[in-house]
Design a protein. Structure first.
Length: 297
């Protein structure tokens, strides 16, 4: 168990938990906001890449470059569909649907990376997902927020989020700085023809501040932590750690804002951390001295 990688992924998820809140404060449409995120993150990541001197050590590989391109496209579509869902349905429903992604990663990852999928892992991640629904509460699920197109966008975003994680985990030779910078650069090039630039003239200084913040912090820093950590963790661990963001988000509300959750939100927090505890503290297989192999407990 790579504790540093777990800490990095936990921090990334904790920061990402506030993306819905900050995206609404920017006042920008989905595609224009994604474009700003790509530009700000690209500048930040390129600067870090050069300052650290990692650009001199890169060993380029065609297979990995193609993986980076596909990962960038999946990540871009993930953002667009997520922010589109924010525009049509409540953030509560959108984030709940978005958290189908870890379940998709757990199932598909078990085939791609040949990691054994256990019944207890399925039950634990189901508990985490149910916990997320409880944390989201009931307000966001009222009938007046029901919109089929927004729901479909949320589910599609979850699939592309899962694809981003699976493709990102497959990139191991290219530095995380190059990987993330290239993804942002590709995103800029893909989005450029579709941007409605007058949208940027209608927002004020405060909204620009939040837009840049989502680019540097929620994109640049988060993706450095995210893509660096998932290289060193199994898909099983990655899937569960994604659920940190809703749990941490509500805990921060309790500590900083004075929010008082109702009983089922507390239950949601308990379910998520129970699932995470099981995953991180799962018993290691016993070692058979005679056969020199690991046995399942």
């Amino acid at each position: 168990m790579n504790k540093t990688a777990i800490l990095q992924l936990s921090l990334a998820m904790a920061i990402f938990g506030s993306i819905g809140f900050f995206s609404e404060l920017t006042g920008l449409p989905a595609i224009e906001l994604v474009f700003v995120r790509c530009v700000c993150a690209a500048i930040f990541l390129c600067t870090v890449w050069i300052v650290t001197g990692n650009f001199k050590k890169e060993k380029w590989n065609l297979k990995e470059f193609l993986l980076i391109v596909f990962c960038a496209a999946a990540n871009l579509l993930n953002w667009i569909f997520l922010f589109k869902s924010f525009e049509l349905i409540s953030v509560t429903i959108a984030i709940s649907l978005y958290h189908l992604a870890p379940m998709i990663v757990l199932i598909i990852g078990s085939f791609i990376f040949r990691e054994k999928l256990k019944l207890f892992s399925i039950l634990a991640i189901t508990l985490c997902f149910i916990g997320t629904l409880f944390i989201m509460g009931t307000e966001g699920f009222s009938s007046n927020t029901f919109e089929w197109k927004g729901i479909i966008y949320g589910i599609v975003a979850a699939f592309f989020y899962a694809a981003t994680m699976l493709l990102g985990k497959s990139i191991t030779k290219t530095s995380v700085y190059a990987t993330t910078f290239l993804q942002m650069l590709i995103g800029i090039l893909i989005l450029l023809p579709f941007i409605h630039f007058p949208s940027y003239t209608s927002i004020n200084t405060t909204q620009w501040f939040y837009a840049v913040l989502t680019g540097v912090v929620h994109t640049g820093i988060v993706y450095l932590l995210f893509f660096n950590s998932i290289r060193h963790l199994s898909t099983n661990i990655v899937s569960f750690m994604i659920f940190v963001d809703p749990a941490v988000a509500i805990l921060l509300d309790i500590l900083l804002v004075g929010f008082r959750p109702v009983w089922f939100q507390w239950l949601g927090i308990f379910l998520i951390f129970s699932g995470l505890f099981y995953t991180l503290k799962a018993p290691k297989p016993a070692y058979d001295q005679n056969k020199k192999t690991f046995l399942e407990n």
